[in-house]
Design a protein around this ligand. Structure first.
Ligand code: 5AD
Ligand code: SF4
Length: 488
């Protein structure tokens, strides 16, 4: 009989894309995807560890799911992704009935791992019944897969699955080599590894042929794309990239360049290739670390017609002291000068950011500096997070000294400020004609999509517009949503 799988995803877009790949592999193996956990034979949670809250939700959900095993001992439960990697001991302790624990680097092993769970059960004969009440015993068919350092990016999974039909995610790199003091990602997703450029270009072209109109290129830090490829090539580090760029700029240095392994493949080069060699209508990307976002990136964004005028550039704090403690590798001044240069090249560019409030040692003055930075930059949107110590990170060993109510108040203050700015920024489009990729219908039945700057637009119109680029005249703004009319 066909096995049914239910998969819930927490966390970032990288995780969402991983879940698509997981479902692709499992459907290729004959599994059917179900939307309700009660119908499933296999329940998987693809988890996130970036903040405590994300973990608490996954623990809560799987805590309920494991109770289902009292009635259905043959159910298979899996914790996948970042929390599996970061919290293996806690997963054992709090979720004894989980059968499969696999990290982000192991997702391509999943069909195999599920087969191992089944095999283990078969060898044991009948699945042991679990008492109706009392503590749950540990699963007897548990499989652990957490040891890979990096995902084998050159091993394409069989089968694919994508949730959307108009927009698609494309992973271009895995892992992160940075050491931001608060961040768990280098521990959960391991060392940086970039996918070969040709493979990415082919995937984007295939998506274009299949009718997709937009790709979002994904990586923890897309701006260090090309540092390390699976075959060991790559520019290796920022210093060497700088040297290669200098060589490219020097006339007559080509022969030396060959010796150095030119041509340089980095993120701006990848953007230019996708722009020139595929028929994809729109290209977005996320996330960009400000340290690695340079002039070449801004020029590529300005010069490639398919690359949208939108940049998510997480600043994290507006205080140099806090940025230093966070080990971000840039100052407020350096960040602002990058923003200024980008706006010089692309005046209409939309910007978004991430900010953490309540980092250890953040004073009132530091916080005010962040508020001032946000007021100065005027982001189109911003995600504000309260600092949450992550076990194993550098900052977790520091005293989490900003009291919870202060974190809360700072969070609220920045949310209010940003809401006001976002509304104001949105109104600048009123009365203008904008290009909108119509992605579908919203709950009220209106056509809905996004501008190149990622503003949400709704309008009335026929189904034939779905999946098309339309010109919309913006009539008014409601909050941060633009309301418009199709221009025939
Ligand atoms: N606490 C709070 N926010 C965090 N982020 C990452 N780690 C933490 C943490 N320990 C935020 C950062 C990052 C975003 C994805 O999550 O702002 O850019
Ligand atoms: Fe969460 Fe970070 Fe892992 Fe994404 S990479 S799932 S944000 S911990």
């Amino acid at each position: 009989m066909q096995k049914q799988v239910y998969l819930q995803t927490y966390g970032c877009q990288m995780n969402e894309r991983d879940s698509e790949e997981i479902l692709g592999m499992l459907t290729a193996q004959g599994y059917a995807i179900v939307q309700r956990e009660e119908e499933a034979d296999v329940i998987l949670l693809n988890t996130c560890s970036v903040r405590e809250h994300a973990e608490a939700r996954a623990f809560g959900k799987m805590g309920i799911m494991q109770q289902l095993k009292r009635q259905r001992p043959d159910l298979v439960l899996g914790i996948l992704g970042c929390m599996a990697k970061a919290q293996r001991e806690e997963v054992f302790r709090r979720l004894p009935q989980v059968d499969l624990v696999a990290g982000p680097a192991e997702i391509y092993d999943l069909p195999d791992l599920l087969a191992q769970v089944a095999e283990k059960r078969q060898r044991q004969g009948l699945v042991a019944a679990i008492p109706d009440h009392g503590p749950l015993p540990p699963s007897r068919s548990r499989i652990l897969a957490l040891d890979r350092q990096v995902r084998p990016l050159d091993r394409k999974p069989a089968g694919d699955y994508r949730r959307g039909q108009v927009t698609a995610f494309v992973t271009i790199m895995e892992g992160c080599d940075k050491k931001c003091a608060y961040c768990i990602v280098p521990m959960t997703r391991g060392q940086e590894l970039s996918r070969p450029m040709q493979e990415i270009v082919e995937e984007v072209q295939q998506l274009a042929r299949a009718g997709y109109k937009q790709v979002t290129l994904l990586g923890q830090n897309v701006n260090s794309y090309g540092k390390r490829f699976p075959d060991g090539s790559g520019y290796q580090g920022p210093g060497r990239r700088r040297r290669l760029l200098e060589l490219e700029a020097e006339p007559g240095a080509a022969s030396q360049g060959v010796a150095e392994g030119l041509p340089l493949i980095d993120f701006p080069v990848l953007l230019r290739h996708i722009d020139a060699k595929t028929s994809m209508a729109r290209v977005r990307f996320t996330t960009s670390h400000p340290f690695d976002a340079h002039e070449q990136l801004f020029c590529a964004m300005a010069e490639c017609p398919t690359v949208c005028e939108f940049l998510h550039l997480p600043v994290q704090s507006g205080s140099n002291g806090v940025l230093r403690a966070m080990r971000r590798g840039y100052t407020v001044e350096a960040y602002l000068s990058k923003v200024a240069r980008l706006r010089e090249l692309i005046p209409e560019v939309a910007l978004s950011t991430d900010v953490i409030v309540g980092f250890p040692g953040e004073t009132e003055e530091d916080f005010e500096a962040t508020r001032a930075l946000m007021a100065e930059v005027e982001y189109d949107s911003a995600f504000i997070f309260k600092y949450s110590p992550r076990p194993g990170t550098e900052a977790a060993s520091w005293v989490d000294d900003v009291p919870r109510p202060v974190k809360e108040a700072r969070n609220q203050a920045l949310l209010a400020l940003q809401e006001e700015i976002s509304r104001r920024r949105t109104t600048r489009w009123v009365g203008r004609e904008v290009e909108v990729l119509i992605e579908g219908r919203n709950r009220r039945g209106q056509l809905a999509g996004h501008t190149r700057g990622n503003a949400t637009v709704v309008c009335e119109g026929p189904n034939t517009c779905i999946g098309e680029l339309a010109i919309v005249r913006v009539v008014r703004a409601k909050g941060t949503t633009l309301i418009g009319e199709l221009v025939p």
